[in-house]
Ligand binder design. Structure first.
Ligand code: F6P
Length: 356
């Protein structure tokens, strides 16, 4: 196996804290261990089609470890196989990779990015994936970087909401991200001491949530509710805010917190208020945990490339950094299992999941 001489790297889909830490680790490991050149493709697969790239060396990645966002930029609706004008631009992307002389491409992203990366791999472009998403919902990896940072934002928001909730005797609703999987609301809710945690995997009953609020109200207690944007009442669909037709994952959610407020208010004496945490969960510095995980992922992506193990995504399995086949990751979602230990913990300490 000959050592790679030139490797491309891109960040696709929504940004998240830790992307720069991966870019830094891939660049440094390839430079230090095999003297490979690294080229950063700008704005994800869009840059591969539109020929936008720049060299990355150790100087370019100095000081970016703790920076949020991505120095390469990203694009969350660009699919080269189905461009906004309906055309297939995958050949243009591959010809740019060839013109650059890339031996391999590192694609950092979520499910949409892994699905596209897998299709390029099938077309003969050697690809290694690195799993990113604050939602923590990629298949075959126990963690994605960015998740811990998002949970920290939710926990801090709940801490802040708790003091104002107590002062006013209010019901405070915090709506988190998490379209199909409730990991952020679940872990953030537990970390922030929520009394009710509502996730997409467990449809909730308004009556059950109202009963808990009423009970707390009768005891002079405020209530903190942490709800994932993809959570929904029994028999109802998700609250869809927008549909981005060209995005690999077109649904944009948001608003279920306000809907819940509207449903709860007539049933309660206490005032109900809602805070939508939105993109604050994706911005800012990565936590120390995410810096370490992203650095490990970047280093292991470089090892897969050095070993010529393409078509694979770096994955955390327990505490071990291994890998999984891209075709087994693409198009799948890792939901919260209904018998997950964290759900038992939540119920065990009296947190309502809104279902009984
Ligand atoms: O998939 C990550 C995610 O942050 C989701 O939790 C959220 O629904 C979505 O991206 C938001 O996307 P956008 O940046 O397009 O608003």
């Amino acid at each position: 196996m000959s050592a790679p001489k030139h490797v491309g790297i891109l960040t696709g889909g929504g940004d998240c804290p830790g992307l720069n830490a991966v870019i830094r680790a891939v660049t440094l490991a390839l430079h230090n261990e095999c003297g490979a050149r690294v080229t950063g493709i700008e704005r994800g697969f869009f840059g591969l089609v539109e020929r936008k790239a720049r060299p990355l060396g150790p100087q370019d990645v100095a000081g970016i470890l703790a920076e949020g966002g991505t120095i390469l930029g990203t694009h969350n609706t660009c699919n080269p196989f189905k461009y906004p004008d309906g055309s297939d631009r995958s050949a243009a992307a591959i010809s740019f990779a060839k013109d650059l002389g890339l031996d391999a491409l590192v694609a950092i992203g979520g499910d949409g990015t892994m699905t596209i990366a897998h299709r390029f791999e099938e077309l003969g472009l050697p690809v290694v994936g690195v799993p990113k998403t604050i939602d923590n919902d990629l298949a075959l990896t126990d963690r994605t970087f960015g998740f811990d940072s998002a949970v920290a934002v939710v926990a801090e928001a709940l801490d802040r909401l708790a003091t104002t909730a107590r002062s006013h005797g209010r019901v405070m609703i915090a709506e988190t991200m998490g379209r199909y999987a409730g990991w952020i609301a679940l872990e953030g809710g537990i970390a922030g001491g929520a009394n009710v945690i509502l996730i997409p995997e467990v449809p909730f009953s308004i009556e059950a949530v109202a009963r808990l609020c009423q009970d707390r109200e009768s005891r002079g207690l405020a209530t903190l509710i942490c709800i994932a944007e993809g959570a929904h009442a029994v028999g109802q669909g998700m609250t869809i805010r927008d549909t981005l037709v060209h995005s690999p994952d077109p649904l944009r959610l948001g608003g279920v917190g306000h809907w819940l407020q509207h449903e709860l208010q007539p049933r309660l004496q206490a005032e109900v208020r809602t805070t939508l945490l939105g993109h604050t969960q994706r911005g800012g510095h990565p936590t120390a945990f995410d810096r370490v995980l992203a650095t490990r992922f970047g280093y292991h992506a470089a090892q897969l490339i050095k070993a010529g193990q393409y078509g694979r995504m770096v994955a955390l399995q327990g505490d071990h950094c291994g890998s999984a086949a891209l075709d087994e990751v693409a198009g799948r979602t890792r939901n919260v299992p209904l018998d997950h230990e964290m759900l038992l913990v939540a119920r065990g300490i009296g947190v309502s999941l809104g279902d009984r």
